[in-house]
Design a protein around this ligand. Structure first.
Ligand code: 6R9
Length: 654
């Protein structure tokens, strides 16, 4: 059989769950057997976590693939499930959100508070003419109103489209136009890196191109001066004066809940559509299972932005449907100092932390002294999402944040999947650093070769999902054909995720990055992730990004951009020596085929707003091309620095 993707990295470390956690775990090993015996019965049981106004007639209608219907005929209200039922159960005084502003101001919202605010917002939106099925754009900083706005839309059946607060006016107006939104909910600004950002100005510019927008609702966060027009309304004058009484109506299980645009690379962003019953079932179940959430005692913190799918499923819908107490933080991790996250964990006694590899590697670069200065003993489960987590970053996370005894759950999923799909269970799985391990109970994932045949253990290929799942995307907003072409046409009857993956000898899954990033070196398909992980396993390296650049002899050659750890000397000869050492280190770890042709030491890497490395731009640099689209870049100055460094570096061929 032909090799689809080389399997180079070996990892033999394993970490069993702590015994006490395993004994008391929400989900135990029998869940896998139960789900594989009867998948639909399993999901029907998980749907009982929610309060339904009308029970479904059929769990899954898959008669017209790839257009799925889950819990057909069922009716429920998402906001009711996230708020009202907890208040009705006597938990109105329980804290829902400990909010921490970047400047250090705080707010505490109980479930009763969040319920009252959401009812007010639902009444205000209704008053403004928003009806079930209408679209509402949300462009807010990380303030509680972001969750309230989403829940208020859900409550009245309006479909929200959250646009990340760092996106440009063009990106915002494109998304508003695509969804024909009627209202935008925004703020004057928010705090980032110690300064107020301006959001309202960007909305004004965007909305000038959006004839469908009737009202702009503005939360006052920073108090900065803002221009004011006829369609503008202050949140505190509109929402906070409305009635706190609002009766939630049930909606069909397949009623559209939200659209979320995936950034895409150069193509037009895709409006991923999620619906009500299946989405909430899987968001709720996975949050309960993967984080082992105990609502009475845990303090949960997901550091994602609400504008990312992780914020939707694991700040708003999963945790609130489960009645969790959580921390929400407005700002950046280094304001006012590099220990801010750890101070927050310490202050609120956070027990479950969910963050991204990019953040973990940044913390590695900054140094161990920052987490060491805070008391992190409350933590009991750590999660990772967004990119493959390099084994050494996983080890660093467990050791420095998880005091060497906390399970780390590496969770694979996508905007399109709506909720976690592949992950260890913290009370069951003996996890391997860097592996997402197994599909969750009720999920059917596989790795296949070019022809769609399942690869044997030890083999690599394409990650696919073989069976529909409750929180799957239903379509691309307004473009069913693109939905079919993008996800369901590559392999017959399977969902194509676009990621490379391998199965190790035990059949555990390792994610290897986007298939577009795979390098072809002398006839071997090599994943960027494996070479990056080999680099990060060297004690001098915090972070690395690897690309394949056209090469006259090998087809493509490996070019690595590497961020050294804070204390490492990289000046002059020391830098040259380190580069040689790193090239040899990769050759030794993965084999000579994976030895980088060239290694650049850099201070930063180009990343998307959600922290994913943008290898496409590095490929442009490595091949001496002018840069492609940089609009989704987090910090646009990074590329100038890297390009300048590239021009002055000499290529080191052997
Ligand atoms: C939730 C989210 C999806 C893409 C996905 C994959 C990468 C996410 C990962 C991971 C390896 C993990 N990804 N989690 N790769 N291990 N645990 O990130 O959604 O922004 O749509 O990105 O992110 O490449 O296909 P989204």
């Amino acid at each position: 059989m032909s090799e689809t993707l080389a399997n180079l990295l070996q990892e033999n470390r394993r970490f069993e769950p702590p015994a006490a956690l395993a004994d008391a775990a929400n989900v135990k090993a029998d869940a896998y057997e139960e789900a594989s015996a009867d998948r639909l019965a399993f999901w029907a049981k998980q749907a009982q976590r929610l309060d339904w106004a009308r029970e479904w007639d059929q769990v899954l209608d898959w008669s017209n693939p790839p257009f799925a219907k889950w819990f057909v005929g069922g009716e429920l209200n998402v906001a009711y499930n996230c708020l009202d039922r907890h208040v009705a159960a006597g938990k109105g005084d329980k804290v829902a959100i400990h909010w921490e502003g970047e400047p250090g101001d705080t707010r505490t919202l109980t479930y009763a508070d969040l319920h009252a605010l959401t009812c007010q917002a639902a009444n205000a939106l209704t008053e403004l003419g928003v009806r079930a099925g209408d679209r509402v754009a949300i462009y807010l900083p990380m303030i509680p109103e972001a969750a309230v706005a989403m829940l208020a839309c859900a409550r009245i059946g309006a479909t929200h489209s959250v646009v990340f607060g760092g996106f440009s006016a063009d990106a915002l107006s494109g998304r508003i136009q695509d969804a024909s939104a009627k209202v935008v909910i925004t703020a004057d600004g928010g705090y980032r890196r110690g300064k107020p950002s301006g959001l309202k100005t960007i909305v004004d510019e965007a909305v000038a191109q959006c004839p469908t927008i009737e009202h702009v609702l503005v939360v006052r966060r920073t108090g900065q001066d803002v221009a004011w027009g006829e369609r503008d309304l202050w949140w505190h004058e509109t929402v906070e004066t409305a009635s706190t009484e609002h009766e939630a109506q049930p909606f069909d299980a397949e009623h559209p809940l939200f659209i979320l645009y995936t950034s895409g690379t150069t193509a037009k962003p895709k409006g991923i559509l999620h619906t009500t019953g299946g989405y909430l079932t899987q968001a709720s179940y996975t949050h309960h299972a993967v984080f082992d959430l105990k609502p009475e005692t845990d303090v949960y913190w997901c550091t994602a932005d609400i504008g990312w799918v992780t914020g939707h499923s694991y700040i708003v819908y999963g945790p609130l449907s489960n009645g969790a107490t959580q921390v929400m933080y407005e700002g950046t991790p280094d304001t006012p100092h590099k220990g801010r996250f750890w101070d927050i964990v310490d202050k609120y006694g956070v027990t479950i932390l969910y963050t991204a590899p990019t953040l973990i590697r940044t913390m590695m670069k900054w140094g161990d002294e920052f987490p060491a200065a805070a008391n992190l003993s409350s933590l009991r489960v750590l999660g990772s999402v967004g990119e493959p987590i390099n084994p050494e970053a996983w080890m660093w996370y467990r050791k420095n944040i998880g005091h060497d005894n906390t399970p780390v759950v590496d969770t694979w999923w996508q905007t399109e999947t709506g909720a976690i799909m592949i992950s260890p269970l913290p009370g069951v799985t003996a996890a391997k650093p860097g592996s997402a391990m197994r599909p969750l109970p009720g999920i059917s994932a596989d790795v296949v070769d070019d022809e769609g045949n399942s690869v044997p253990n030890g083999g690599g290929g394409f990650l696919v999902l073989r069976e529909p799942w409750p929180s799957m995307l239903r379509t691309i907003w307004g473009d069913d054909q693109r939905f079919v072409d993008t996800y369901w046409s590559r392999f017959q009857g399977m969902y194509f995720a676009g990621d490379g993956a391998k199965k190790d000898d035990d059949g555990d899954l390792w994610l290897l990055g986007r298939v577009d990033d795979v390098m072809l070196v002398s006839g071997h398909n090599i994943s960027t992730t494996e070479v990056e992980s080999a680099l990060v396993s060297h004690p001098s390296v915090a972070e690395a990004a690897v690309v394949g650049a056209t090469d006259p002899t090998t087809g493509q050659a490996i070019v690595a951009f590497t961020i050294p750890r804070g204390s490492v000397d990289t000046e002059g000869e020391a830098g040259e020596a380190l580069i040689k050492e790193l090239r040899d280190h990769v050759a030794k770890t993965l084999g000579p085929i994976a030895k980088p042709r060239q290694i650049m030491l850099v201070a930063e890497l180009p990343k998307t707003r959600s922290g994913k490395i943008m290898r496409r731009l590095l490929r442009d640099v490595a091949e001496h091309r002018s840069l492609g689209d940089v609009t989704t870049l987090q910090d646009s100055t990074v590329m100038d620095l890297i390009s300048d460094g590239m021009k002055s570096a000499k290529s080191d061929d052997e």
